[in-house]
Design a protein around this ligand. Sequence first.
Ligand code: ATP
Ligand code: MG
Length: 434
Amino acid sequence: MKIQVPRGTQDILPGQVEKWHYVEGVMRRLAAEYGFQEIRTPVFEHTELFQRGVGETTDIVEKEMYTFEDKKGRSLTLRPEGTAGAVRAFIEHSYFAQPQPTKFYYIGPIFRYEAPQAGRYRQHHQFGIEVFGSAEPITDAEVILVAVDLFSRLGLADLTVKLNNIGCPKCRKDYREALIAYFRPQVEALCADCRNRLERNPLRILDCKQESCREVVAGAPEITSHLCAECQEHFSGVQRYLEAAGVKYEVDSGIVRGLDYYTRTVFEIIYTGLGAQSTVCGGGRYDNLIETVGGPPTPGVGFGMGIERLLLTLEKTGCYLPEKAGPDLYIATLGQAAKEAAFAALLDLRRAGLRAVTDLMGRSLKAQLKYANKINARYVAILGENELAQGRVQVKRMADGQDAEVAWPDLLAWLKAQMQADSRKEEEVQDDSR
Ligand code: ATP
Ligand code: MG
């Protein structure tokens, strides 16, 4: 039997991985500019962390976790989201005792047992940020701004920010009663899951994706009319900061999010061109989570962004994404002495930052040139016995076949100057096309 990747997972191969490097690079730069520091937590954690942190009545904990026992019988789970691990680390390393806020970001794989389809996988990757320690509405706005700014730097324009406030436990108690009173007479119209949720977690019904449930939900009471004065004030505060930063958003009382830990602000950023899997980024405030996980009462707010969905969106909208890059230089050689000289020279070329390769296959000169063409080398140098004896080398620019003869010891300096001129020209072409 041919062994393939497990269902819902994929290899990221050369040609694709350059695109990942590019978006991850933009994410890291942006996160640093906003004052976030990277955190790398384990890919698996004690199952209890997610049971407590994500919530027992969520889809994630009920159905989607990859949970297993290790050889000592400990229950471990592949992380199904990134916030719980960041919170655990915040508590474990006593970050709460330091001046706040604490601003973390992470990039890494997330595991959920889901029905695989376009934009929905069993292993996907998220860029996530978390701010711990601040309950101020400016913080919620800054978190949303990071996502919006990232999209804009990647050239994405037609995304929609949907914003809501789902209250605090105080105002949600009221709302919960109102929801139960609304859904109970129509319980027959709900799916089996939602009938189950009615008493346990009626808010979850608002997030159900079943068509029949969606129809019932359409007439449900809205949280916004049940908010307490503090939550109201927080909500308008967030909106004021977003307006100050020129961020366009829509208030949408249908956004409740699939995790139990959210309080007050929740948001999703949507690209409708992705079909059913339209949410590229989702997040919100979780003022009780850190305490629930065992830390001192500490407010928090963050988001998780699906990198696969982001890349799909960039591809669909024709945004810039880098192509597979070939080496800057391929040195083709003829004869053993030339081969050894090239091998030694490559050391300097590479240390100077050039991507430079030579023949590892013992190919004929002709076959080497064919191969250099195939791997998209920008320049090809030919070093034979004659060239070596004369201390010269033939160099060819592959884009237009332009030839030059260069003194062998000057190859590095010549190539650097040449490549600088090439990229200046590329910039000019780009300017002209604006
Ligand atoms: P959805 O409603 O689409 O299931 P979610 O609410 O479960 O999303 P979050 O837990 O908020 O998603 O995760 C943050 C982001 O991670 C999502 O907005 C999405 O871009 C991405 N994401 C979530 N689950 C998957 C998945 N199975 N495959 C690919 N990306 C995903
Ligand atoms: Mg989901």
